[in-house]
Design a protein around this ligand. Sequence first.
Ligand code: FPP
Length: 245
Amino acid sequence: MSKQEEIQKGYVPEHVAIIMDGNGRWAKERGLERFMGHQEGVNSVKAIVEAAAAVNVKYVTFYAFSTENWNRPKAEVDALMGLLVKTIKSEILSLNNNNVRLLAIGNIAELPVSVQEELHEATVETAHNDGLSVVIALSYSSRWEFRNAVERIIKDAKLGLISEEHISDELISQYMSTKGIPDPELLIRTSGEYRISNFLLWQIAYSELYFTKKYWPDFRKDEFYDAIIDFQQRERRFGKTSEQI
Ligand code: FPP
């Protein structure tokens, strides 16, 4: 039985979030430039989008560029931005053919104009698709997102649109950049690092965490299905006892 067949029988997470890590080490081990690792990482992104759509996952969020990544050498940042523009441009047709919608979260206004324009075009052109939603987190960090949410909540309170008694988990979620997107049931991090690195801290309150030693460029369809199979074997209790489930 293939891994995909094993999954079809079980409960598939609606939203999988992924911290793609290990591109640099993957390249270094092969005596290649770091950029080659990112380039090969794009092939993993494509493979995971296909794998997710094939088992009816509804949302996949990729942590493509964190707020902290701005501190990398300018040449690497520029190369990553160029890779993003190129990938998005070349994938729009394929996204539409496969009923995939592209969304972006993060401090998009901080990105180079070329990336903003490409993202805008791709999100508008795929907005009607109702299959898989691919969410790219760019210039994203949870602390930025919290700060931004608090600022907007205060603004709306000053305008009289909300007041203290309206504050609830649901309302706070509405002010997050993931507004309208269900919380991830599963968070995957590759490359043997056991950290969350400022990613979706509000949204992963009850997520199952899956860590693998594989570097991101080596994380493909079967590795993704391994993570889902592992997820399916867990008991999610949400603070309750086993007997209450
Ligand atoms: C982490 O590896 C990876 C990144 C910071 C960038 C990931 C981005 C891509 C693969 C491009 C994504 C493209 C789309 C369209 C979503 P690292 O450089 O931190 O690796 P290291 O820890 O081994 O140095």
